[in-house]
Design a protein around this ligand. Structure first.
Ligand SMILES: NC(=O)c1ccc[n+]([C@@H]2O[C@H](COP(=O)([O-])OP(=O)(O)OC[C@H]3O[C@@H](n4cnc5c(N)ncnc54)[C@H](O)[C@@H]3O)[C@@H](O)[C@H]2O)c1
Length: 265
C-alpha cells in the first residue's frame, strides 16, 4: 500500500519538528514537504540525517509541488485558518493540533470539509493518556460528590489552570449532570488556598521547573478516594495520537473534533 504523504505546516516549531520525526519513523507515512514562515533554506533535513525534503514559506506552491495527502498544522490560530482554507481548496486532508481556534473557526473547518468532502481531525490534545484520563474522570464523576484537580506544569506556562484541567472539570460536571460539593474553608488565612472553583471542582495549579505536564484528579466519598494520574514527560507523548489522526484523516470525508472520537471513547 502507498504511504500517506504528509506536509508539515509549522515544521520549524517545537511540535512541527516532533511531527517530522514521528512521520519519518512511521513506515506507513512519508514526509513530503515542510512549510514555515521562518524558513530560510529550501530544504529541511530528515531525522535520518541522510535525506531532505523541500522547505518553503509558501503553502500554496508547496501543495502544488508535493501533492501531499494530509497537511498537519501546529502553528498558531492566526496562521492555521488561512492554511486550512488553502489545503481544503487543494483537496488535502487536515490534522490540526493548533490550539486557540474560536468556535467560528471550528464551524468554518466543519463546513469547508463537508462541502469538499475532505477529512480532518482537529484536537486540542493529541496525547492518548490525557484523552483516556479525561474519559476515566468522566466515568468516575457520577460515583463521587467531591472532586479536586491538581495540575502541574513547567514554569513557562502562561495560563492557569491548564486547558486540560478546565476540560476535565467541565466534562466531569457535565457527565454527572450536577455540580460537585465544593468545600470552602471557614477561615482562609491565605487567599486562594482552596484553589479555583469550576462546578464545585477545586482546581489547583503548580508551576515550576522540572515539570512538563501532569495532572491528578482526586475524587472523594466517605471513607475512600480515587486518584487518576496523568504524566506527560515530553512532546513525544502527542505523536501516537498525531500519526493515528493522519491515517484516519485520509479515510474521512468530514471533520472530526477530538481524539476521543477516533479512539471510540
Ligand atoms: N493538540 C495538541 O496536542 C498540542 C500539543 C502541543 C502544542 N499544541 C499547540 O500547537 C501549536 C504550536 O506549538 P509549538 O510549541 O510547536 O509552537 P512553536 O512556536 O514552537 O511553533 C510554531 C511554528 O509555527 C510557525 N508559524 C507561525 N506562523 C506561521 C505561518 N503564518 N505560516 C507558517 N508557519 C508559521 C512558526 O514559525 C513556528 O516555527 C500551539 O498552538 C500549541 O498550543 C497542541
Amino acid at each position: 500500500m502507498e504511504r500517506v504523504k504528509v506536509l508539515v505546516h509549522g515544521v520549524l516549531g517545537k511540535m512541527g519538528q516532533e511531527v517530522l520525526s514521528a512521520v519519518s519513523r512511521d513506515p506507513k507515512l512519508e514526509a513530503v514537504a515542510g512549510v514555515d514562515v521562518k524558513a530560510s533554506k529550501k530544504e529541511i533535513l530528515l531525522p535520518d540525517g541522510a535525506s531532505s525534503i523541500p522547505l518553503s514559506r509558501d503553502l500554496e506552491s508547496a501543495l502544488r509541488g508535493c501533492h501531499p495527502d494530509v497537511m498537519v498544522d501546529f502553528t498558531n490560530a492566526e496562521a492555521a485558518m488561512p492554511a486550512v482554507r488553502t489545503a481544503v481548496k487543494h483537496g488535502v486532508a487536515l490534522v490540526i493540533g493548533t490550539t486557540g481556534l474560536s468556535d467560528a473557526d471550528l464551524n468554518e473547518i466543519e463546513s469547508l470539509c463537508k462541502k469538499k468532502k475532505v477529512g480532518a481531525v482537529v484536537a486540542p490534545n493529541f496525547a492518548i493518556a490525557a484523552v483516556v484520563m479525561m474519559h476515566l474522570a468522566k466515568v468516575a464523576a457520577s460515583f463521587f460528590d467531591y472532586a479536586e484537580i491538581i495540575e502541574m506544569h513547567h514554569e513557562q506556562k502562561l495560563d492557569a489552570p491548564s486547558g486540560t484541567a478546565l476540560a476535565t472539570a467541565r466534562g466531569m460536571v457535565q457527565a454527572r449532570g450536577s455540580n460537585f460539593v465544593h468545600v470552602y474553608a471557614k477561615k482562609e488565612s491565605i487567599a486562594g488556598s482552596r484553589g479555583g472553583d469550576l462546578g464545585g471542582v477545586a482546581l489547583h495549579s503548580v508551576r515550576m521547573p522540572g515539570l512538563l505536564a501532569h495532572q491528578e484528579v482526586i475524587l472523594g466519598a466517605p471513607g475512600q478516594t480515587l486518584r487518576i494520574r496523568l504524566d506527560q514527560i515530553n512532546r513525544e507523548a502527542f505523536m501516537p495520537g498525531v500519526t493515528l489522526a493522519i491515517k484516519k484523516a485520509v479515510e474521512l470525508k468530514e471533520a472530526v473534533f477530538g481524539l476521543d472520537r477516533l479512539l471510540g471513547l
